[in-house]
Write a protein that binds this ligand. Structure first.
Ligand code: SF4
Length: 122
């Protein structure tokens, strides 16, 4: 995405000299609020941009909240971030449960030994 203020490519992780398809588009398209403008901007990203994935990662990492970046609208990126946070929280909770279960298992007394006459045929 081009910086909306000075029309220079944003200093994201794009290789030098590689520009997104939005360089040649009207920046207002990428910051429009109508459904039509969002759809049109998303199409530019998804159908014509060779740095879509890099742009999307940059937008998510940098917390870009406004506009279409990497082929996704503000709303879609917000959902991605919130699902990611939820996933991280669920994984953290599962790890805590796992640690608790392991600690409990290591504190448990060893299983009782069977009398010799019951194990001699084994
Ligand atoms: S993915 Fe979209 S916003 Fe990003 S550089 Fe390409 S055209 Fe611009």
């Amino acid at each position: 995405m081009n910086d909306q203020l000075n029309d220079e490519p944003v200093g994201c992780a794009l290789p030098r000299g590689v520009l997104g398809a939005c360089v040649e588009a009207d920046p207002r398209l990428f910051f429009g609020t109508s459904r039509a403008s969002i759809t049109a901007a998303v199409r530019v990203c998804r159908e014509r941009c060779v740095v879509q994935a890099t742009c999307l990662v940059h937008a998510l990492d940098a917390g870009q909240r406004l506009g279409v970046w990497g082929g996704y609208s503000e709303e879609e990126r917000r959902l991605m971030v919130s699902l990611r946070r939820r996933r991280d929280a669920e994984v953290a909770a599962a790890r805590a449960r796992e640690r608790a279960l392991r600690a409990r298992a290591s504190d448990a007394p060893p299983p009782p030994r069977l009398p010799r006459h019951l194990t001699s045929g084994l």
